[in-house]
Write a protein that binds this ligand. Structure first.
Ligand code: BES
Ligand code: ZN
Length: 847
């Protein structure tokens, strides 16, 4: 039972726990509906503590007994935890609780998935396992004994000993409870080893359900690559004798960095050419790296409190993007990251869910694992590195690891090492952590007396989260080109600190062409009437070259939507020229064929004071694709043919790039040949990238039925592939059919709505289908709301995350707004709505 009025937690209220936890011993007797957990914990009162309240978190626990130094005690129990009188000298706390993993559908704490036991404790799941000070600044060593009939019994750290029906693990590294993990099941290990730069041998294992053995090799290689990369680039070696990864089918997130025992959503680790697309492979490589990198940025150095989440997540996202850039193509990775930032973080920062990278209050912490904390958090670190330079960044990071190893830290600690390593004052830069909203950067140019001057004005729209925004420190990477496209000034980093600021470049005998915000050096909305056509043809900065094409496409689409104009011929020709340039990386050329997303277009219209019409937006994008197909009609067959890979499948950057370009060509070609090429590709495909692309094109061409049936027959027993089958039908549906398609799929016998992957594949795909979700009759809104209401009591975390589909509701016309308001109110008035969903709906509705 929850309180009627949810409590708000404030950063400003932080107080340390009054006790040190010296060691934790846990014993689990596993049983699906009645698992017994015995805890023996050594507490020492802190001599300097101001608050000695002995409060242990605990939720959904049945306390069977509690003792202090062997004497039975009767703690005072509430739905949130217990308090108890305790000695003023060190003492041993023992508790015995019973929990019900089989009834745990929220997938937080100890639960069951496909017959195995597993845990998810971040952020506050450990309190559903036993009574404990469940806060990240309380760190301890853990010794865990597991009793259970399962062949595989795992926990954090190193295996101490084991026998038939039991195993004992010890983790020597002090850690917060959110990094605790336990797994028990009938699992198969895919094993390997890694020798650290210090010469220590580490046993690696990837545990999967029987049948999935053939999907382990790629993940294992990604793990070894990550371990090596972190040694080479950050000087960080692994620190235990074993590193285990477990794949589970039911998981709310992508993966979790538990110390020495990472737990992964099966979709984020299992891979094979037949069942996974190139994009899946790339994502798996990145997630494995991300969770592994947390071993230093998150585990060895953790967060003082959950307001500091970006300390580990922003930094680790930044590190995993550096890794992907090194393993694959840096410009391609940068472009994809910016597409993602604009698609997920900008809407959040520009709507009712806006919050600073370091929020100052929350009701449910699970709602703050956001694109702002993660992706903007990573951008802030990228800006810091740009400002101080790579050498100083490295010095600061070395100092960070040196100074704070074993500690639970804050953003202040993080910025302090940069100040100490560089002598810079970062007080203004720190606003990036405390101020919400996407800054707008408008630029004007002036040229006289051989001097070219750029004047920048920065403005962050005020919001409820930040009503009085102040100027930020914005690193703007700028280069200058001459009329022939030669670079006349290499990239320079301009440091904006004022609301308005000019920079003059002398000695230019002709007016240069400016390339501004190269490599997207700051997460801002740039407003500059650049010479996009020239930059698309010549910019030496690959990001800005792509960005120029994107800007032309955006301008053309906005004009089509608002004025009914035809697609911009200069844009079409510019793109055609780039696509014909065989010296350019195929992956990069494939990105050049991409168009701004429809919700990005809606956001741009909204920014200009227009009301986006989702159907008109959809039609403008269709018309643009048609125009691209016509412009490139003589090139497409060759482009398609030249990018067919004949070598054995490899998920590497080179082959994936070719397939990406080949399939980008295919989607235009399908408009010309009605799907004949796609049909042939479907018939001959030997990997999922080719099979799925062919299927998508057949659906778009209106001839997908046979292939969909064939695909289902082929893959009905593979859950991860069937998720694609569910998702694709929704995402490729015509706007008017999207909700009906999703609804029909919810009646499919394999629609297991309690599985987050399947729920997201179906309803999440609808939420992301811009014109389908916003269908004029409100059917998209109603269907999503129906299912959110149904899922909430079962899995509040996944429900709450999906509420963000409604975050942009104020952008649209009055009719759509009232349809959405009606659904928001319907969700809000559902009896016993979770704290998670209540917070999300309230914030969104109050826009
Ligand atoms: N620590 C998180 C997992 C997590 C998130 C646990 C929210 C509890 C609540 C993990 O490191 C993470 O960030 N995972 C991401 C993937 C990553 C590549 C950004 C995820 O699960 O989406
Ligand atoms: Zn993370």
């Amino acid at each position: 039972m929850r309180d009627a009025a949810p409590q708000t937690i404030y950063l400003a209220d932080y107080t340390p726990f009054g006790f040190d936890v010296d060691e934790v011993h846990l014993t689990f007797d596993l049983a699906p509906s009645a698992t017994h957990v015995r805890a023996r914990i050594r507490f020492s009162p802190k001599p300097d503590a101001t608050d000695r309240t002995f409060f242990l978190h605990g939720e959904d626990l049945t306390l069977l007994s509690a003792r202090i130094d062997g004497e039975t005690v009767k703690p005072k129990i509430t739905p949130e935890g217990l308090t108890c009188d305790v000695p003023s000298i060190p003492f041993t706390w023992e508790s015995h609780v019973q929990i019900d993993p089989a009834a745990n559908t929220a997938l937080e704490g100890l639960y069951q998935s496909g017959g195995m036991f597993c845990t998810q404790c971040e952020a506050q799941g450990f309190r559903k396992i036993t009574y404990y000070p469940d806060r990240p600044d309380v760190m301890s060593t853990f010794t865990v004994r597991i009793n259970g009939p399962h062949p595989v019994l795992l926990s954090n750290g190193n295996l101490v000993s084991s026998g038939d029906g039991w195993a004992e693990w010890h983790d020597p590294w002090r850690k917060p409870a959110y990094l605790f993990a336990l797994v028990a099941g009938d699992l198969i290990a895919h094993r390997d080893t890694f020798t650290t730069m210090e010469g220590r041998k580490v046993d690696l294992a990837l545990y999967v359900r029987p049948g999935d053995e053939g999907k382990c090799a790629f993940g294992m290689q990604a793990l070894k690559d990550s371990m090596k990369w972190d040694e080479e680039v950050y000087g960080r070696a692994y620190d235990l004798e074993v590193f285990n990864i477990v794949a589970v089918d039911d998981f709310n997130m992508g993966a979790m960095e538990n110390k020495g025992l990472n737990i992964f959503n099966a979709s984020a680790v299992l891979a094979s050419p037949e069942t996974s697309t190139d994009m899946n492979f790339e994502r798996i490589e990145a997630i494995i790296a991300h969770e592994y990198f947390h071993n230093w940025t998150g585990n060895r150095i953790t967060c003082r409190d959950w307001f500091q989440l970006c300390l580990k997540e922003g930094l680790t996202v930044y590190r995993d993007s550096q890794f992907t850039s090194d393993m694959r193509s840096a410009p391609v990775k940068r472009i994809n990251d910016v597409i993602d930032l604009r698609g997920r973080q900008f809407p959040e920062d520009q709507g009712p869910l806006a919050h600073p990278v370091r929020p100052e209050s929350f009701q449910e912490i699970n709602n703050f694992y956001t694109a702002t904390v993660y992706e903007k958090g990573a951008e802030v670190i990228g800006m810091l590195r740009t400002l101080v330079g790579p050498a100083a960044y490295k010095r600061a990071l070395d100092m960070y690891f040196d100074r704070h190893d074993g500690q639970a830290c804050t953003i202040e600690d993080w910025l302090q090492v940069f100040e100490d390593a560089t002598g810079r004052d970062l007080s203004q830069f720190k606003r990036w952590y405390s101020q919400a909203g996407t800054p707008h950067l408008s630029v004007s140019e002036d040229y006289k007396n051989a001097t070219y001057t750029l004047t920048f004005t920065q403005h962050t729209p005020p919001s409820a989260a930040s009503p009085d925004p102040q100027p930020l420190v914005i690193p703007v990477a700028v280069g200058l080109l001459d009329a022939d496209g030669n670079e006349v000034m290499d990239t320079q980093i301009l440091e904006l600190t004022e609301a308005k600021q000019s920079f003059a470049f002398a000695g230019h005998s002709a007016k240069p062409t400016a390339s501004i915000l190269r490599n997207f050096s700051a997460p801002v909305v740039l407003e500059f009437a650049a010479d996009h056509a020239a930059l698309l043809a010549h910019d030496t900065d690959p990001f800005n070259r792509w960005e120029s094409g994107r800007a032309l496409a955006l301008a053309s689409l906005l004009a089509s939507i608002t004025k009914g104009t035809a697609p911009d011929a200069d844009y079409l020709q510019g793109i055609a020229t780039v696509l014909r340039d065989d010296s350019l990386d195929p992956a990069y050329r494939a990105l050049m064929l991409g168009l701004p997303g429809q919700s990005e277009l809606a956001a741009a219209l909204h920014r200009k004071g227009d009301t986006p019409d989702p159907q008109a937006t959809y039609e403008a994008v269709e018309a643009m694709k048609e125009a691209l197909a016509q412009t490139l009609k003589d090139d497409l067959p060759g482009l398609y043919a030249d990018n067919q890979v004949t070598a054995p499948y490899a998920p590497d950057a080179a082959q994936s790039g070719m397939r990406a370009l080949g399939n980008a060509a295919l989607s235009l070609l399908t408009r010309l040949d009605g799907g004949d090429t796609a049909q042939a590709q479907y018939g001959s495909a030997t990997n999922m990238t080719q099979q799925l692309a062919a299927l998508a094109n057949l659906i778009r061409a209106g001839r997908g039925d046979a292939a969909l049936a064939d695909f289902e027959a082929q893959w009905k027993d593979d859950r991860l592939v069937m998720d694609k089958w569910f998702a694709l039908q929704v995402s490729e549906a015509k706007p008017d059919d999207a909700a009906d398609t999703a609804k029909a799929l919810t009646r499919h016998r394999d629609f297991n709505w309690k599985n987050p992957n399947r729920f997201r594949a179906t309803l999440g795909a609808l939420a992301q289908h811009h014109a389908g979700f916003h269908a004029a009759d409100g059917s998209g809104y109603a269907l999503l709301a129906d299912w959110l209401i149904k899922l909430d009591p079962v899995n509040p975390q996944t429900t709450a995350r999906m509420c963000s589909a409604f975050q942009t509701w104020r952008r649209y016309d009055q009719i759509r707004q009232s349809l959405m308001a009606k659904e928001l109110d319907r969700i809000a008035s559902t009896p016993n709505l979770s704290r998670d969903t209540t917070e999300m709906i309230t914030r969104i509705r109050n826009a």
